[in-house]
Ligand binder design. Structure first.
Ligand SMILES: Cc1cc2nc3c(=O)[nH]c(=O)nc-3n(C[C@H](O)[C@H](O)[C@H](O)COP(=O)(O)O)c2cc1C
Length: 191
């Protein structure tokens, strides 16, 4: 297998950047994700597909509440990327210095984004390193008509210190996920 082929093909793609918030048992948290896509083309039955690493604190909250809110970020939401995408919320409240609303499902809502969707999990696949969720969109709102922030735009706008942090964090996450994928495959092989 040419291990670089998949990495090269995916490197050509540009992905939108989302902030996902969740709440469970009085604890709130959020993270940054690119693994978000539209799952239904039926306008009156909107659905999304989201893939999250199982070790993230936000994932734990979703596992408990089965709900989350998606926020599509814009180019002026860079600070949210650093706050929500580079640190864990286990030790501190990432929302503490933000103006936070609440969605219908009780998830934290950030209004300085392009828009948000309140979602309820309908199906979940355990893929070893990640949980893959299919969720029903219950409600949503477009707040600011602005082009979304994408991974390519993020790389253009990020200062060098943040680029280094991003690389470190990605490397660390990929190391953790590799172990889990191998273990999951082994368990499936052994029945
Ligand atoms: C640009 C960017 C994209 C990311 N995409 C994903 C993703 O799609 N899925 C995922 O599980 N983590 C993704 N992450 C990593 C999490 O956002 C990050 O590890 C976060 O700190 C987890 O926070 P938590 O443990 O407080 O939930 C991404 C991070 C960044 C900066």
């Amino acid at each position: 297998m040419d291990a670089t082929a998949a990495a090269t093909l995916f490197a050509w793609l540009d992905r939108e950047i989302w902030l996902i918030s969740a709440v469970a048992d009085g604890h709130r948290n959020g993270l940054i994700a690119t693994s978000v896509s539209q799952e239904s083309i039926v306008p009156e039955l909107p659905r999304v597909l989201v893939s999250l690493a199982r070790h993230h604190y936000t994932t734990e909250l979703i596992e408990s509440s089965h709900q989350f809110a998606l926020h599509l970020l814009g180019a002026d939401n860079l600070e949210l990327v650093w706050k929500f995408g580079l640190e864990s919320g286990r030790e501190r409240d990432k929302f503490s210095d933000l103006d936070v609303g609440t969605t219908m499902t009780g998830c934290p809502l950030i209004r300085e984004t392009v828009g948000w969707l309140d979602c309820k999990v309908e199906a979940r696949l355990d893929a070893g390193d990640r949980f893959i969720y299919v969720a029903e969109v219950l409600q949503g709102q477009v707040l600011n008509f602005a082009p979304p922030l994408t991974t390519r735009r993020l790389m253009e706008l990020a200062p060098i210190s943040r680029l280094t942090q991003l690389q470190r964090s990605r490397h660390h996450q990929s190391y953790q996920e590799a172990e889990l994928i191998r273990l999951w495959r082994e368990q499936r092989r052994n029945g």
